[in-house]
Design a protein around this ligand. Sequence first.
Ligand code: C2E
Ligand code: CA
Ligand code: CA
Ligand code: CA
Length: 277
Amino acid sequence: AKRHGPGQSRYYLPEMNSRGDELLALETDLRRALEREEFVLHYQPQLEVTTGQITAVEALIRWQHPHRGLVPPRDFIPLLEQTGLIEEVGEWVLETACKQAKSWHSEGYPIRIAVNCSARQFQQHFLDSVRRILQKYALHPSYLELEVTESVVMQDMQSTTYILQRLKEMGVTLAIDDFGTGYSSLAYLKRFPVHSLKIDHSFVRDITNNEEDAAIAETILLLGNSLKLEVVAEGVETGTQMRFFQDRHCHRIQGYWIGRPMPANDLFSLMAGKNNS
Ligand code: C2E
Ligand code: CA
Ligand code: CA
Ligand code: CA
């Protein structure tokens, strides 16, 4: 693998043109990371606006690299997807997140766990994993929320419909991530068992001084309301942004204003503080 300075975060992806050997080396590196359990999940809280409590968390993967420290997902997820390793890592994420959720439940915090899914994971094998893991941890399926982007939903309508129907039968909930940023029709909202929409970060950032962004966010909130979908605002960093979404009855708020993605123990302390007061 190419080693750049520690300040450079896009590290594994550049200069991948001589695919062969290099890709193989990286694949080995990532496979080893899986075996040595170098991946970790951080959890970011979502605040339920009506109750002021943390009712859901999103699981976000990081790579605890022996030399590089904590590597963010954008530096290795694409590679996991290219090599197909995402299936294995995705299963690890699912299992770790569900196990964690179960442990919070037994501590008295019945929170929903949101897990990101890549397009490549959307297969029969994935369904089997979901079923197995929910059973193993005796986690009620409604506490698992799978986050997929519009492109995942749009990829191969026939097989996606099949997978989504099975997930619905299981009782697993579905969130559309980065809503409004992809190429898609809205028809799938009617056809698929969507439970929530996540307003993308990019619409939230300038919401207080960009009328278009504010209009888009409001439209998503109205759409969610009419279709009886929950709306989650992500990337909320300021009190003003927070207020914007509170005033418009957004269901859940996620962002640095509420809390950064953090290790499970820190999240537990945050929950214990917030949800008891
Ligand atoms: P995403 O699903 O859209 O996740 C939200 C990203 O926004 C996270 O970045 C989170 O740390 C960041 N974020 C949250 N609140 C704020 C905020 O207030 N301000 C700003 N500036 N950023 C905020 P992260 O953890 O680096 O993850 C990046 C992407 O990597 C995720 O985007 C998701 O697409 C992907 N990813 C992460 N974990 C997994 C995973 O387990 N499986 C798969 N397939 N993809 C994952
Ligand atoms: Ca997500
Ligand atoms: Ca997102
Ligand atoms: Ca995103």
